[in-house]
Design a protein around this ligand. Structure first.
Ligand SMILES: Cc1cc2nc3c(=O)[nH]c(=O)nc-3n(C[C@H](O)[C@H](O)[C@H](O)COP(=O)(O)OP(=O)(O)OC[C@H]3O[C@@H](n4cnc5c(N)ncnc54)[C@H](O)[C@@H]3O)c2cc1C
Length: 289
């Protein structure tokens, strides 16, 4: 006799309050945003889902985008395509480039920024940029809301730091003028064999001095690299940067890459190291002599 598939109950709350209450009552239910990661690799019509699913589809509060003089606030339920559309003349150009190239158009019109930041096992493409921009993230659960710096969304092993019942509700991206912006994505962040690297670099150098410099990259196994000491080495230096100083920075980075390991202890492959170094060189070349 063919075995009967268990029914899946899908809840569609139509506002944030209702969503958070449901989440409290059903802590094991799966939060479903665009579904592009949850359904990734599913080839049959029968989708393996847990017994209870809470969809964000009708929660309009999570789809809002607002702007002040100092920052843009993105609702976690905004699709990457919508962020590209509304952010074109507002967000740093590298955000628009990053979000529009993360995946095919059909995928980015469904995939949400909240979902992209919340995949437990992999650091996906938006996080390095969100981190480099010193963004802040709002986490909510029933009866509580808190803002954290983006760097605290994951711990030193790369694991998400959500507390029970929390979801990402908003992402606040500071509006600053970066005259050097580099975003580069190699391989697929969740496919180890593709030797993935996502590189994000932002710098301000248009006053003849390096006023600010930030560099973040992610790789397989939740590797996340940001070294503020290394960044600080360039801040305050003359721009264009003398070739000798640029080379010494790259050598220092090379040394750090050799020591970088994933949470499971694996190292960057030589191709991954070349990918990072090539992106860093490309960034530095934009303001060196
Ligand atoms: C062909 C293809 C290529 C792709 N290439 C890339 C790529 O190169 N880089 C890349 O980054 N991604 C890539 N993706 C994946 C896609 O970009 C991400 O899967 C997407 O951003 C996830 O968002 P989602 O809304 O679909 O999340 P979902 O699949 O709905 O959810 C993902 C996870 O996040 C949780 N979640 C969702 N929203 C929230 C929230 N607000 N708060 C807390 N938890 C939440 C869910 O419970 C689930 O665990 C690709 C996908 C496909 C199909």
């Amino acid at each position: 006799m063919p075995s009967k598939a268990k029914p899946v109950y899908v809840y569609y709350p139509d506002n944030l309050g209702e969503f958070l209450q449901l989440r409290r009552r059903k802590p094991d239910a799966l939060v479903y945003a665009g579904g592009t990661y949850i359904l990734k690799g599913t080839e049959t019509r029968l989708v393996p889902l847990p017994q209870e699913v809470i969809s964000l589809q009708w929660v309009e509060e999570l789809k809002r985008v607002s702007r002040t003089d100092r920052y843009v606030e993105l609702g976690a339920g905004c699709s990457l395509a919508r962020i590209v559309e509304v952010g074109r003349n507002v967000l740093p150009g590298s955000f628009v480039q990053a979000f529009s190239t993360v995946a095919p158009m059909g995928v980015i019109s469904l995939a949400t920024i909240g979902g992209n930041l919340s995949v437990e096992d992999h650091v996906l493409s938006s996080y390095p940029l969100i981190l480099a921009a010193d963004s802040r993230i709002e986490l909510r659960r029933h009866g509580n809301a808190r803002w954290i710096p983006a760097g605290r969304l994951r711990d030193e092993r790369g694991q998400l730091t959500f507390e029970s019942g929390e979801i990402i509700s908003r992402i606040r991206v500071p509006l600053e003028t970066w005259n050097v912006q580099v975003f580069a994505s190699f391989g697929r962040p969740y496919i180890w064999e593709s030797e993935p690297v996502v590189f994000a670099g932002l710098a301000k150098t248009d006053t003849g001095v390096v006023d600010d410099f930030r560099m973040v990259f992610s790789a397989h196994g939740r590797i996340l690299f940001r070294n503020r000491e290394l960044e600080a080495e360039l801040v305050g230096r003359r721009a264009p940067l003398p070739a000798r100083e640029a080379q010494s920075f790259i050598r220092r980075l090379e040394g750090l890459l050799a020591e970088t390991t994933s949470s499971a202890g694996s190292r960057l492959s030589s191709l991954q190291r070349r990918r990072v170094l090539g992106s860093a060189r490309r960034m530095i070349a934009r303001f060196s002599g």
